[in-house]
Design a protein around this ligand. Structure first.
Ligand SMILES: C[C@@](CO)(OP(=O)(O)O)[C@H](O)COP(=O)(O)OP(=O)(O)OC[C@H]1O[C@@H](n2ccc(N)nc2=O)[C@H](O)[C@@H]1O
Ligand SMILES: Nc1ncnc2c1ncn2[C@@H]1O[C@H](COP(=O)(O)OP(=O)(O)O)[C@@H](O)[C@H]1O
Length: 298
């Protein structure tokens, strides 16, 4: 019997997040251009008598260990469909900021699904895995596939996008998270008549070309004013990164992590160092994109 399976899964940044009006079901229609970035969690699944979650890493204390953890929900969803008892120990080695707008929980859900599928020998088809991901959360399907994709509907209906080069990023993390529903509610308050969301052709072309200078002016996040309204100090972080030479800055998804696009690896290191000493963030990390989706290691 397989002893354990480890799956590595990336964080994401939304290079365009166009948000429409709230729907009857409470979700918002999106044109959500996801880009996977090379900051990773690893989820290891090991046989156990019952479902158990453990977490390591600097933010481990912020992660729920009960059935609300997206990794636990993924294991239960797969087990129920296939009539398998969900006996598994899932260990999450957490490096993605928690509640930071980088889809760390979604990443763990996708990783746990792939790990349990392999551990239990289920062999679910990719479409079944994607369907389970969409039930777990709007961002979870993207964590499974990685790379770059346009997400429509609530963000779960994906079309893969071509990326023609490597992009260099800096991510400034903040103390304390922001709640995704609270940021969407603030968006509704600030945007009484949101137009239908549309992906930007210029942005898609810049991704295709792999050209950071063309991507920079196209980066947009409709949730940014709402995140700044709830956390005004993020404006200082955005200014600090731009002053240090970033080509562009934006809030990552619902925040409060802020993302800075750099010209190259050396510029990314300079921007990160300036942010670390600026006093406007907790820390700053460099990462490149695109990155592969949930991948079994070894
Ligand atoms: C904003 C984004 C951008 O990619 O991510 P984060 O920045 O939080 O990581 C996503 O839309 C977050 O997706 P995810 O975190 O999976 O959300 P879900 O679990 O599906 O939904 C949580 C809550 O967010 C709101 N929500 C989410 C997606 C959507 N299209 N419209 C919404 O209004 C709803 O209030 C919903 O109850
Ligand atoms: N495996 C997980 N890792 C992190 N948070 C999780 C996880 N499972 C559930 N959560 C819950 O999801 C919330 C949002 O976390 P996260 O996915 O990291 O942020 P975001 O939605 O901003 O990208 C957390 O505050 C936590 O309560």
């Amino acid at each position: 019997m397989t002893e354990s399976v480890t799956v590595r899964v990336p964080a994401k940044v939304n290079v365009q997040l166009a948000v429409g009006a709230a729907r009857a079901d409470g979700f918002h229609d999106l044109a959500n251009v996801f880009l996977a970035v090379g900051l990773y969690d690893e989820v290891t699944a090991t046989p156990a008598d019952s479902l158990r979650i453990t977490v390591s890493g600097p933010d481990a204390a912020l992660v729920p260990l009960d059935g609300t953890n997206l990794a636990a929900r993924a294991a239960v969803a797969l087990a129920e469909r296939h009539g398998i008892p969900p006996g598994v120990h899932l260990h999450i080695a957490k490096d993605i900021p928690v509640a930071g707008g980088m889809a760390g929980g979604s990443a763990d859900g996708a990783a746990a699904l792939v790990a349990c599928d392999a551990l239990w020998g289920v062999g679910a088809a990719p479409d079944e895995l994607l369907g389970i991901c969409a039930e777990l959360g709007s961002d979870v399907p993207f964590s499974l596939v990685g790379g770059a994709a346009l997400g429509v509907g609530r963000g779960e209906q994906l079309t893969s996008l071509e990326v023609g080069g490597v992009f260099h990023w800096v991510f400034a993390t903040a103390d304390g998270g922001l709640s995704t529903p609270a940021v969407y509610a603030e968006f509704d308050r600030l945007t009484p008549a949101a137009p239908a969301p549309q992906a930007s052709p210029a942005l898609l072309a810049a991704l295709r070309e792999g050209d950071a200078a063309s991507l920079a002016p196209s980066l947009t996040n409709d949730l940014q004013p709402a995140a700044l309204s709830l956390r005004p100090s993020l404006a200082d972080t955005l200014r600090a990164g731009e002053a240090a030479g970033a080509l562009a800055s934006l809030v990552s998804g619902s925040g409060p992590t802020t993302a800075f696009l750099a010209k190259d690896a050396a510029s990314a290191r300079t921007v990160a160092e300036a942010l670390r000493t600026s006093g406007t963030c907790r820390t700053a990390r460099v990462a490149t994109s695109p990155a592969p989706g949930a991948t079994i290691l070894g």
